[in-house]
Design a protein around this ligand. Structure first.
Ligand code: UDP
Length: 323
């Protein structure tokens, strides 16, 4: 089977491409390398460089490859940045996505697995969060992902495109080959580990007066290999619909820090800082539907194991991918 992976030079896309190739799929990666990394391209994949905001390159790629399915990761994904530059998020994540879907129509490609997010739920009313939770995003990033889910729903109803929406919780961890390298880095685990490496002086804990047991925010951390596996299951099981991908367990910022100290054996300085605007106190998945329908079970997402894999990658790539 031939799979076209957009954003395959990015964090989750690179690992999904790696797993697909390990399983014998033929993979073409379409990426503009704006935020992805040439070193994150699996050498076994065919690579086509192009930007989804331009309709022509993706149309040509789709007509040339004629994949059996598309896995769509290419997007901007920083909440804070989306509050400063909403237009960039709508243009890249929505317009780019429409260009992708139109290219699929042109080439008769009928299946897409889309990288969505728990940010589409905003501040959930009920935790653990099921797929039926109302989607009320609190930032343009989450809104852009929700808008594209809606676009795809219409392409499904009116053009017969099968779609799967995988709503990730907190993606983290690494494989031996590929890991997390964002510029700027805003995510907790890589920041904690860069502090352990001495590249940052200290971690700022964004608020300890939330309504949680230790006062810091709780998140559901899921290993990217488990996320990647869910894409392959969604493909093999031939299912459609939306699936939350998380472990169902929540860890506070302080708990993450403690585990990082344990795994690295380093002190890791931390100090209290003001709350980060827009942070919901508790985001934990109810991933029951993914388990029941896709047969998906997280196997790599014990937080100690996640931390070890991320720490190994950080130590092997202290400056990230070469630039
Ligand atoms: N966080 C923190 N300090 C940091 C980065 C993150 O205290 O330098 C907290 C953040 O407020 C949130 C949690 O860690 O409660 C996870 O943040 P991250 O940005 O990794 O993921 P998010 O849940 O925002 O997508």
């Amino acid at each position: 089977m031939k799979i076209l992976v957009t954003g395959g030079a990015g964090y989750i896309g690179s690992v999904t491409a790696e797993l697909l190739l390990d399983e014998g799929y033929e993979v073409t990666i379409f990426d503009n390398l704006e935020r992805g990394h040439r070193d994150a391209l699996d050498p076994r994949a065919r690579f086509l460089q192009g930007d989804l905001r331009d309709p022509a390159p993706i149309r040509e790629a789709m007509l040339d490859v004629r994949p059996d399915a598309v896995m769509h990761f290419a997007a901007y994904a920083l909440v804070g940045e989306s509050m400063d530059r909403p237009e960039a998020y709508f243009r890249n994540n929505v317009t780019g996505g429409i260009n992708l879907a139109d290219a699929m129509l042109a080439a008769g490609v009928k299946k897409i697995i889309f990288s969505s997010t728990c940010a589409t739920y905003g501040q959930p009313e009920r935790v653990p969060i099921t797929e039926d939770e109302p989607q009320k995003p609190h930032n343009p990033y989450g809104e852009s992902k929700l808008m594209y889910e809606k676009v795809l729903n219409w392409y499904r109803d009116l053009h017969g495109i099968d779609c799967v929406f995988l709503r990730y919780f907190n993606a983290c961890g690494a494989t031996a080959k590929f890991g997390e390298d964002h510029e700027p880095e805003t995510h907790l685990i890589p920041i904690v580990l860069k502090t352990a490496l001495g590249q940052r002086e200290k971690l700022s804990i964004f608020g300890d007066d939330y309504d949680t047991p230790d006062g810091t925010c709780i998140r559901d951390y899921i290993h990217i290999v488990d996320l990647a596996r869910a894409h392959i299951l969604a493909l093999q099981e031939g299912r459609a619909g939306a699936f939350n991908l998380g472990t169902g367990d929540g860890f506070s910022v302080k708990a993450v820090l403690d585990i990082a100290r344990e795994v690295t054996g380093r002190e890791i300085r931390a100090e209290l800082a003001p709350r980060r605007p827009g942070d919901p106190p508790r985001l934990v998945a109810d991933a029951g539907r993914a388990k029941a329908v896709l047969g998906w079970t997280p196997r790599h997402s014990d937080l100690h194991a996640i931390m070890r894999s991320a720490w190994e990658w950080q130590q092997a790539h202290p400056e990230g991918y070469s630039r």
